[in-house]
Design a protein around this ligand. Sequence first.
Ligand SMILES: Nc1ncnc2c1ncn2[C@@H]1O[C@H](COP(=O)(O)OP(=O)(O)OP(=O)(O)O)[C@@H](O)[C@H]1O
Length: 329
Amino acid sequence: MSNTHANTRPVLEIDRLTLRLPEGQAARPLLDGVSLTVAPGETVGLVGESGSGKSVACRSVLGLLPRGARTTGQVRVCGRDVLTADRAGLAEVRARQAAMVFQDPRASVNPLRRVGDFVTEGLRAAGTPAAKATARAEELLAAVGIRDPRGALRRRPHEFSGGMLQRVVIAAALAGDPALIVADEPTTALDVTTQAEIIAILTRLQAERGTGLLFVTHDLELAAAICDRVYVMYAGRIVETRAAGELFDRPRHPYTAGLLSCTPRIDPDAPAPRPIEGRPVSVSEAPPGCAFAARCAHALPRCEEEAPALTAYGEGLAACHRADEGILL
Ligand SMILES: Nc1ncnc2c1ncn2[C@@H]1O[C@H](COP(=O)(O)OP(=O)(O)OP(=O)(O)O)[C@@H](O)[C@H]1O
């Protein structure tokens, strides 16, 4: 975690990104005016229930859009808009500026190729001589806690457990020394002990190297523990963003409060988890007003008709008509 980069240019600036699929022109877009920044060295969480658009948003950072998607707005990585970049520009962003760690490490690697090929791929594509790339790969595998890195380079993915393979994926992500890592639920496919190890490795290396980290998760408590700032997403829109501590202690959006109250706590005195009533609406069926209104205990008729804009409350922003009324206290 770091809070020392208030005046530095962000490594990621998503600016009013709206993303529609061709067949759904009339329906609500998958992403609707999403804005988000990550500063150098900053850890930023993106949280929300399944289907809220977290993966679509973070894949857009590497220019990975659903087929036929139409976008407005910008996604700038180190100042370059990836949505308008040509092939060479996009390849450079992926090789040197931003890397992604996906949920399932087995889906990220080619099962037939050796681990060494996978970790050195980006380096070799960027013109690093083979011997130097191999030495760097060994160094990276050691940094993520793989014993016998030299031997590991010759092994194939099936010889690794899921947790060990996710370490390999993190090593490969760090190979080009990117300014930004996007981690999309990087531990969901792993057991609990391994999850903690992977989070510790990722956050340690990110802090040591000053890399910006966009961390996607549905676990608000985990986000609060490791992130500097958190964005909360619902039905394709950002509904709240603020510093992790303030978000956890004093949420302003009823959806954030709902996510917090359904998260199990370690503290024995904490209230028992309570699920948010109703189911998340899919982006396409969201009503014209606040997409959360149908599940919100505090909704007024206005909430169903008029979408609330993200507005400053406290040190952050919330999109709720009632955010200044203290309804969540
Ligand atoms: N290629 C695609 N074509 C059509 N719809 C898509 C595509 N990709 C995502 N969607 C839809 O966009 C919405 C957001 O999906 P997304 O995967 O970003 O959600 P998420 O918040 O990451 O969920 P999860 O936590 O389950 O990964 C969903 O309604 C999903 O069905």
